[in-house]
Design a protein around this ligand. Structure first.
Ligand code: LLP
Length: 405
């Protein structure tokens, strides 16, 4: 199997396993699908950094003109380190501390996506202290069912995200009177890995009705941020076409003078990355076959955490052996440590396997559980394979620890 002309097995041999391998070309193509969808319509694509925050990937997108959706001071520092434009940054998240707000204000970010009444007051106070005005959008909670996994559904009223529809209008009126708040827009993000367009249409209608009510009160918004969430095809999911999604929004917005912002993460990097791992050994327990590989739930937690199905292919073309039903498991001491179950594969120890569609929420969710260093990351650029993150050394895992005894 090849992506971008570079054999994955060769990359695995060069950089060892487990290794994340991304395609620059695919990332840019995914970004471009959104850009083409907007055409001349005023817009800003704010890539959701949490999906994959490697500096080289942020730089690639920054150079393509992308903005960024961040949820922490750490992500903002990454964006700045990668040369991203702070003016193109929107800052989401339910728990920003005073120090986070202050850092982002000083950095001059484009907009705070405020998620609570309390945050508005904190922001007004800190902006006052710094003698500036904070650009603000309220993240509303439109109370729509995004029909995705409950852990990644965010637009229902029982979720912790956003400001309720009842609080939103009074809050805008109040903000209009605050000396250090500069009302910019409104935003929603209803969930992730969405495969149906209807929940977006519903959220959009609800938001536009509120925008009109605000207009009638003399509060005019400059932008509407529709969040991210478009799904990718892990197995056989139906996909939302970015252009269709954008067209629908432009049509619904009509002649209201609103710039559109979006915050895609998974749909930019998800299908542009694979995790390559090597089979350590195979074993059979009472008729059940296991392939124990060198990647584990600490490298890729999606199967364990959300019971996500991710495709696993054998990169070793020599294997003409017997196809068996395998559970692909890691070396971690947890039954939940699996990457795939019941996979029909022919494999032997030493084979390289690729877990596909692992470019989003793979490395960024990795941990050091069982004192395992995090994987190396490689970016394929043309026919070059560039190491963009060294494998984490085991010594570095305890380097910050202090020995009292
Ligand atoms: N904007 C906000 C405010 C978000 O919370 C998220 C994702 C995004 C944008 C980007 O959503 P995307 O386009 O990537 O769906 N770890 C989970 C996904 C968590 C998503 C969290 N928020 C997974 O592996 O499926």
């Amino acid at each position: 199997m090849k992506i971008d002309q570079v054999r994955l097995t060769e990359v695995a041999e060069e950089f060892q396993t487990p290794v994340y391998i991304y395609s620059a070309e695919k990332i840019l193509a995914n970004y471009d699908a959104y850009r083409r969808g907007f055409g001349d319509y005023p817009h800003l694509i704010c890539y959701a950094v949490k999906a994959n925050s490697n500096l080289s990937i942020l730089k690639l997108l920054a150079e393509a003109g992308s903005g960024f959706d961040i949820v922490s001071r750490g992500e903002l520092k990454r964006v700045l380190a990668a040369g991203g434009d702070p003016k193109k940054v929107v800052y989401s998240g339910v728990g920003k501390r005073n120090c986070d707000l202050e850092f982002a204000l000083n950095a001059g970010i484009g907009c705070f996506n405020v998620e609570s009444v309390a945050e508005v007051y904190m922001l007004n106070k800190i902006a006052g202290k710094l003698g500036v005005k904070a650009p603000v959008s309220l993240r509303i909670n439109p109370n729509v069912d995004a029909k995705t996994h409950p852990y990644i559904s965010t637009g229902l009223k029982e979720n912790k995200f956003g400001i309720s529809m009842t609080d939103a209008l009074p809050m805008y009126r109040e903000m209009a009177r605050m000396p250090h708040i500069d009302i910019q827009g409104i935003d929603f993000h209803i969930g992730s890995q969405l495969t149906e367009i209807e929940p977006y249409a519903e959220a959009l209608d609800i938001t536009l009705a509120l925008i009109d009510e605000l207009s009638a009160l003399g509060i005019h918004l400059k932008h509407l941020d529709m969040g991210g969430g478009l799904g990718i095809r892990y197995e056989d999911e139906t996909l939302i076409d970015p252009a269709e999604w954008i067209d629908q929004a432009i049509e619904k917005i009509g002649d209201r003078d609103l710039k559109i912002l979006i915050e895609p993460g998974r749909s930019i990097v998800g299908d542009a990355g694979v995790l390559v791992t090597q089979v350590i050994l195979t074993k059979e327990n009472e008729g059940k076959n296991f392939a124990v590989v060198d990647a584990a739930m600490n490298d890729l937690i999606r199967p364990a955490l959300y019971s996500s199905w991710m495709n696993i292919i054998n990169l070793d073309e020599r294997d003409e052996g017997e196809v068996k039903n395998y559970d692909i498991v890691g070396p971690i001491c947890e039954t939940g440590d699996f990457l795939g179950k019941d996979r029909q594969l022919a494999l032997t120890s030493g084979d390289y396997l690729a877990i596909t569609h692992a470019g989003a929420y793979g490395f960024t969710m990795a941990s050091n559980y069982n004192s395992r260093g995090r994987a190396a990351e490689v970016l394929l650029v043309g026919d070059q394979a560039k190491l963009i993150r060294k494998r984490e050394s085991e010594e570095s895992l305890y380097a910050e620890e202090l020995q009292y005894l």
